[in-house]
Design a protein around this ligand. Sequence first.
Ligand code: G
Ligand code: G
Ligand code: MN
Ligand code: NA
Length: 249
Amino acid sequence: LLMETRLRDALGRDELELYYQPQYDVSSNCLTGCEALLRWNSSQGLVMPDRFIPLAEETGLIIPIGAWVLQQACNQAREWDRIHGKPLSMAVNVSAVQFRPELVDEVKAALSESGFPADQLVLEVTESVLMSDVEGSVSLLHQLRELGVRIALDDFGTGYASLAYLKRFALDKLKIDRTFIMGIPDDEDDVAITSSIIDIARHLRLKTVAEGVETEAHCEFLRRAGCHIAQGYFYARPLPASEFELKLK
Ligand code: G
Ligand code: G
Ligand code: MN
Ligand code: NA
């Protein structure tokens, strides 16, 4: 069957699953939350998001899929909050197609149906999402923040946003792209770029989240540089819900 037809049926057949990658406080090593990452258990095996998200975006299927992801992530996070006893953040990726005025109602619905606190939900958007319509994005980000949710700029440094936009967009977090973390501590350019991002974020009172943290040396560097949160294979890969839950207990 065509991949599009199979993807169209995936939601109804319960073939979509969220994996969760833990995020840790760099200085205390405490678990602070996670990022939800979509997987498709198709009849042909496990499919990674880079193979079906573009198709979901082209066909508009990302709208119902994205609403499902938001609801599922909030339901799960509400349950884990109870188990953990301490507030956990839940980060959800939002694609350009979803980033439109209706997203406000979708987020509202996910929060009210789950009972998950708005200030623990993080929406991850990329620079290209925001830059495609700057005026619209400024307005939408304000509406989302009025709900109380947090906004993270994903893959920061790889897109086209100028630094001036960090001021205009209502953001809470910068996610430092893993291509910069990879070169630490040997590549002088990656060291300079990562340190500078952390410094700029601190001055703008934004939290920093490092992605792709794979080694003790990465951690040590980020701790000294003052980065707040880290995620990556050094801590854990993205995990099915049942495995993530073991980390809470
Ligand atoms: O899990 P993995 O690292 O392979 O994810 C690759 C990319 O796929 C992520 O960086 C993210 O941009 C995208 N992605 C994963 N899950 C979702 C999702 O639920 N919605 C959207 N829009 N993108 C996702
Ligand atoms: O949202 P984003 O596109 O950044 O999604 C993160 C992606 O990076 C996921 O596909 C995840 O599987 C992957 N990833 C997570 N941790 C690591 C890591 O430490 N190293 C590498 N190479 N990839 C990672
Ligand atoms: Mn992300
Ligand atoms: Na990213």
